[in-house]
Design a protein around this ligand. Structure first.
Ligand code: THU
Length: 146
């Protein structure tokens, strides 16, 4: 993907409205784009037992794989911040890029189809766009267990 991914960012922004984050107050939406044009969105879901909280990207991977997807991951947009009075997420000065665990989960789905998806983080000043392989070099994945 080289054109500005406005639709994917919009999907991630909309997904953040579904966040359940009463403990951190930090709402995150992620949207996965596949090579058939499908977009799979998800939000973060926290728990009173804080360590059980689930990131938006992890939920999106689980959702896509539950739908039967095994590869074809082209791009991922992530939008995170605190919501305004109307519930819309307000991004800060630094983009939210996937945490380490989520990088690994995204790699599993991507590796199944042999793609290196573009990861797009949104900040108030614009987009940060990097390949997953740059964010997670020398990744451990399915090939290691083959
Ligand atoms: N979070 C995500 O959903 N994705 C990330 O990439 C970073 C962090 C969530 C987890 C938690 O619910 C909240 O943001 C604060 O860490």
């Amino acid at each position: 993907m080289s054109a500005p991914p406005d639709d994917l960012v919009a999907a991630a922004t909309d997904a953040a409205r579904g966040a359940y984050a009463p403990y951190s107050g930090f709402h995150v939406g992620a949207a996965l784009l596949f090579d058939d044009g499908a977009v799979v969105p998800a939000a973060n879901v926290e728990n009173a037992s804080f360590g059980l909280s689930l990131c938006a990207e992890a939920n999106a991977v689980a959702r896509a794989m539950t739908e039967g997807r095994r590869g074809g991951l082209v791009a991922v947009a992530i939008v995170g911040g605190r919501p305004d009075a109307a519930g819309a997420v307000v991004t800060g000065g630094e983009p939210v890029m996937p945490c380490g665990r989520c990088r690994q989960m995204l790699h599993e789905l991507a590796a199944l189809g042999g793609t290196d998806p573009e990861i797009i983080g949104v900040s108030e000043s614009g987009l940060t766009r990097m390949s997953l392989s740059a964010l997670l070099p020398h990744a451990f994945g399915p090939a290691n267990l083959a």
